[in-house]
Structure formats: C-alpha cells, structure tokens
Design a protein around this ligand. Sequence first.
Ligand code: ITT
Length: 199
Amino acid sequence: GELVLATHNKGKVREFEAMFQPRGVTIRSAADLGLAEPEETGSTFEANAILKAEAAMVATGLPALADDSGLAVAGLDGAPGIYSARWAGPGGDFNMAIARVFRELEGRYGSFAAAPKEAAFIAVLALAWPDGRTLTFPGVVDGRIVEAPRGEGGFGYDPIFIPLGHTQTFGQMSAADKHKISHRRRAIDAMVKALFAES
Ligand code: ITT
C-alpha cells in the first residue's frame, strides 16, 4: 500500500521507514511531497495528530498517517507535552529544550536532585482515510529523566530519557533497540492490531 506520512520531522520519518519497510508499505513524507505544515492548534496529542493526518489526506487524496508526540515530565505537570517541539524554538534547538526542562525543574524544586524524575514519552497516531474515517492509536513508554544528556542517537529528548527497566537513554541505544520499546512502536503495534482485526 501507499501511505503519506504527515510529518516534517526527519527523526520520525526515519523511525517509520524502519518500522514499515518490512511490511512492504511505501511511505511518502509530507516534507518530500511539499505539503504545508498545518498549525497545531489542538490542546491534546490526539487533536493535533488528527489535524495533521486529515490535512495531508485532503491535500493528496491518499491515506495519511500523522504522529503527534512528546515528553511528559511528571514534576512539570506533564510539560513540555504537546509543546515538546515548540520548546526547541523555531530553529529546532533541542539543547535549548532540554536546558529548559532542567531550568524549570530547578526553579520548582531547588535542584535537579530534589526533583521527581518520572517522565513518559507519548505518541498518538492518527490514520485518515480518503473515505472520511480517521482512527487514532496511542502509545506510551514510562521512564525517567537524567540530568546530563547521554548518547548521540535518536532525536529530540532521547539523550535525557531512560525507559523503565533499562540503564541507557534512548540516545545511547541502537535505533533497533529503541524501536522495540518506544512509544511510537507501541502506537504502531496498536494500529497494526486494529487494522488486522478489522479486515
Ligand atoms: P511534525 O508535527 O511535522 O510531525 P514535530 O517535530 O513538530 O513534527 P510534534 O509536534 O509531534 O512533531 O512534536 C514532537 C516532539 O516531541 C518532537 O519534535 C521531539 O522533540 C519530541 N519527541 C517525540 N518523539 C520523540 C522521540 O521518539 N524521541 C525524542 N523526542 C521525541
């Protein structure tokens, strides 16, 4: 099948390609197709995922898959959450976004040591079909954040997040290892399960 991936994020494109290639699904990214990026005006991951998927489906007439995701830090009441990309500023500077996580934790708790470390990566996928149906699939991975970034792999907040039961950050793991347990993997598994159950 052919699917438009309604994202302009290269890290996401890489991960979706790795997960879909073995299934024989050809992916065309919204960036490659020159599609405009809709403004993310929703107040939830789900709303923003739907908004992105439906915009790409309408623009192409093809089924479109969008991913809205982010890091939710418990000690910051779930921030940056849906604002995870926006904390990196217009230049997409994730050193700045990560520094803000630490700055806000220190501001609230006095020091990083005193702050709660629990965090979760969340992804909601939206699959928009040309017939007008849109389905959504959530995926979550719980973990904790570490004070100093570790590892060069992945993208975004990966260097400061250690998934529960592991000792390495997503930034230190191989792509294959991250893809076995990530929020994105869990959301894709939910989607595949639902699609096969349906047909
Ligand atoms: P699109 O909307 O075009 O897909 P985006 O980067 O703006 O790209 P989001 O609005 O969903 O996407 O923002 C999600 C941000 O959350 C993303 O930019 C990363 O910083 C972070 N994020 C999501 N998944 C991540 C992962 O697996 N590893 C590290 N950071 C992640």
